[in-house]
Design a protein around this ligand. Structure first.
Ligand code: AHR
Length: 487
């Protein structure tokens, strides 16, 4: 039998709510069609935002939303997206599918979306093809209440008061699509750009420097050495890509071997985070600077007959397990990891929501966000997990993954059975204390099951397949499942 022992006396820290953050780029059908349909659309909307999607995002208490990219951020010029819509500049989205971007969703629309969802905005400014002045004035437009020409312009566009945007990214993937820079060059560029991103009144920015890809600790080293003094966060991008960048792996058609490769790659994120955290610790032992994993998730072959530049993929229980494994390792790293944003919210990569015209589907990944909600801003608790190693000759993972946290005297335990074939019994105990009672919810289904339009069998259900006796809880977890237990 597998077992989990929760130790209330040991904690790495608080699990920041921003770890359950999201990312929406001008890519494929994420913004246009997925979130924003325009006020004249027959799809029910408020100021152009799809009501169904906004409500779904509210239901899982999305804490923060990153925008406008991604690679798109470094070719986005914010002035193209303000003012009367009919006069807005049209451009070709050269990164994603070569489609026309009419800029009808810009700064005002994004901040209205955040207002409707009830989340904080996280904006990434353009370093790759934008100027220091352009970035500086965007911050002024967003956060100043002074009587400047820029602020008058905002007021003329219908917004009286400063929004007070806090999370501010200075470029995206500056080592790649954001300008192909060397770390030394970017570190200096970062220092310069951030210098002109001012604090207006009480609106101090949380400045996020572009960090490494995957395990590129050399980038982290140079950034920390040269720019730590003027950053609040350092980003990290790392995707789960079984089979590599050829994207041979399909989202819905895969083998047992692919399943375990995917989960083993996800579990390996912890090693990558710790590698970067170790470098950061040398320059910032007080852990003032947050690691911001602002892009993570699965990346598979696009669905047949879709624009390859739109990165549209389905989402199965395999993705749900990937999400659970990530959240568990994020919680274990919460002393350094301050934010994580899944890529992406709607219709792109490991989306939580898929749309087709006026229809909407919640993916298995969405339901994992739902099950983990109560860890937001809770005190992480150490879990000692004893579990069989399962998998194939090449790829192995622990069968059970879990996180525990405590808030207002209540313990939340989320645990997953990664085994795609076998139900597993797990004994759960609290160190030096008795478990009194519990209530539960669960998501479960075959590893390659997914929710489709008109047929969405995967949803969170009440969970009762456990007993509490002699201060211990024994739970039976079906194959491929993620459960939440309140102790
Ligand atoms: O999320 C898709 C793309 O992946 C982003 O635009 C880019 O930052 C990353 O390479």
């Amino acid at each position: 039998m597998d077992s989990i022992s929760i130790d209330r006396s040991r904690s790495v820290g608080t699990i920041s709510r921003y770890i359950f953050g999201h990312f929406a780029e001008h890519l494929g059908r994420c913004i246009y069609g997925g979130i924003f349909v325009g006020e004249d659309s027959p799809i029910p909307n408020d100021q152009g935002m799809r009501r169904d999607v906004v409500q779904a995002m509210k239901n899982i208490r999305v804490p923060v939303l990153r925008w406008p990219g991604g690679c798109f951020a470094d070719e986005y010029h914010w002035r193209d997206g303000i003012g009367p819509k009919e006069a807005r500049k049209r451009m070709v989205n050269t990164n994603w599918g070569g489609v026309v971007e009419d800029n009808s969703f810009g700064t005002h629309e994004f901040l209205e979306l955040c207002r409707q969802v009830g989340c904080e905005p996280y904006i990434t400014g353009n370093v790759g093809s934008g100027t220091v002045q352009e970035m500086s004035e965007w911050v002024e437009y967003l956060n100043s209440d002074g009587d400047s020409t820029v602020v008058r312009e905002r007021r003329a566009n219908g917004r009286q008061d400063a929004w007070g945007v806090r999370f501010w990214g200075v470029g995206n993937e500056s080592w790649g699509c954001g300008g192909n820079m060397r770390p030394e060059y970017y570190a200096d560029t970062y220092r310069r750009y951030q210098c002109f991103c001012r604090t207006y009144g009480k609106h101090r920015l949380y400045k996020i420097a572009c960090g490494p890809s995957d395990a590129d600790v050399a980038w982290t080293e140079v950034l920390m050495k040269n720019a730590a003094f003027c950053m609040d966060g350092l980003s990290l991008h790392s995707y789960t890509i079984p089979g590599g960048w050829d994207h041979k792996n399909r989202a819905t058609e895969f083998t047992r071997e692919d399943y375990f490769e995917t989960l083993a790659l996800s579990a390996d994120m912890e090693r990558k985070i710790r590698l970067h955290a170790a470098v950061m610790d040398r320059y910032d032992p007080e852990k003032r600077i947050g690691l911001i994993m602002d892009e993570w998730g699965t990346w598979f072959q696009v669905e047949p007959d879709t624009n390859p530049g739109f990165l549209y993929q389905q989402n199965t229980m395999r993705d749900a397990m990937v999400a659970a494994v990530h959240f568990d390792l994020f919680a274990r790293c919460c002393d350094r990891l301050y934010m994580a944003n899944i890529a992406q919210t709607v219709n792109v990569l490991q989306a939580i929501i898929l749309t087709e015209g006026d229809q909407m589907v919640l993916t298995p990944t969405y339901h994992v966000f739902d099950l983990y909600q109560d860890h937001m801003d809770a005190r992480q608790l150490d879990c000692y997990i004893q579990s069989e190693r399962i998998g194939t000759e090449k790829y192995g993972v622990a069968a059970i993954s879990a996180s525990a946290s405590e808030k207002e005297g209540r313990i939340t335990l989320t645990l997953s059975n990664l085994d795609p074939e076998k139900a597993r019994e797990v004994e759960i105990s609290l160190r030096d204390e008795a478990v009194q009672q519990a209530s539960g919810r669960i998501l479960t289904g075959p590893m390659d099951a997914w929710n489709d339009f008109g047929h969405a069998p995967l949803a969170v259900q009440p969970y009762t397949d456990f007993t509490v006796r002699d201060g211990r809880l024994k739970a039976k977890l079906p194959p491929c499942s993620v459960a939440e237990l309140k102790l």
